[in-house]
Design a protein around this ligand. Structure first.
Ligand code: MLT
Length: 266
């Protein structure tokens, strides 16, 4: 993938040119290839998927900043949208990518044409959640990231995916194993420090699609439902038998929900 120097970081980006731009923002600790099952389908439906690896992830460089926040990621993406002259884009973020999408909305509204909030939540962490993130950040610092895939995998995928889609399980493991320890550490600390976005929900005045895997063990479906009801006009789509990584677990269902909603945008 081509590298684009944006601010202090070289971002690796899979870019399409023709069609309505949709910026895909991956979750933690993955990379842009988690959206491979969306790219062709979206192109066919007239979309122009733009899929970066966030700083430190995938083939992107680490950048110079040592302290990351959701705002840093959002500003990188805004810089990319401006560099590529994409105009207002639909931002589709999964989980941590959703936290970044909220920051993008707060800071770069003029660049935002719509939001797809996939397997994500608006709330900040609880104190216990923050402590867990700090524990992982510290453990990664002292012993490396080798344990992370085993720690996360059981919570990421539905029972059906784990039983019936071994290629997805292996792909997710490979992405986690390829993520450098420093990125896991910095992203965990950034997520622990992220603000609560619930007060933004009633203010969002672009079209919104909320998508949730019905078996998501990390962000239960009622959390997604509650979030959708607080955003004016938001559409909610549930993906049966999928967990926290619905776009990878059932790309067909996810893509259908996404392309149907994209078709409603003018
Ligand atoms: C993700 O998939 O991005 C993570 O589950 C986000 C998180 O740890 O809150």
């Amino acid at each position: 993938m081509p590298l684009y120097q944006i601010r202090d970081v070289a971002l690796s980006v899979n870019v399409s040119s023709e069609g309505r731009p949709i910026l895909f923002v991956h979750g933690f600790p993955f990379d842009g290839s988690m959206w491979d099952g969306q790219v062709a389908a979206l192109r066919q439906a007239g979309g122009a998927p733009v899929v970066p690896d966030l700083r430190g992830f995938g083939a992107s460089g680490p950048g110079e900043l040592e302290e990351w926040t959701m705002d840093v990621f959002a500003d990188d993406l805004a810089g990319l949208v401006e560099r590529l002259e994409l105009g207002p884009v639909v931002v589709c973020g999964l989980s941590m990518g959703g936290y970044v999408a909220f920051a993008f909305w707060r800071r770069h509204r003029e660049l935002c044409r719509g939001l797809v909030l996939a397997d994500t939540r608006a709330e900040a962490d609880t104190e216990a959640g923050r402590a867990n993130r700090r524990d992982m950040a510290e453990r990664v610092r002292t012993e490396g990231a080798g344990f992370v895939a085993d720690a996360l995998l059981p919570k990421l995928l539905s029972g059906r995916t784990r039983r019936e889609r071994p290629a997805v399980v292996e792909r997710v493991r490979a992405m986690i194993d390829a993520t450098p320890a420093f990125a896991i550490r910095r992203a965990q600390l950034a997520m622990a420090a992220r603000p609560d976005s619930t007060r933004d929900l009633p203010e969002i005045d672009v079209p919104v699609l909320v998508v949730a895997g019905e078996e998501d063990a990390l962000i239960p479906v009622d959390v997604a439902e509650r979030m959708a009801t607080r955003i004016p006009g938001a559409r909610l789509e549930l993906v049966p038998d999928a967990g926290h990584l619905a776009p990878m677990e059932d790309p067909t269902a996810f893509n259908q929900a996404l392309t149907k909603w994209m078709a409603t945008l003018r």
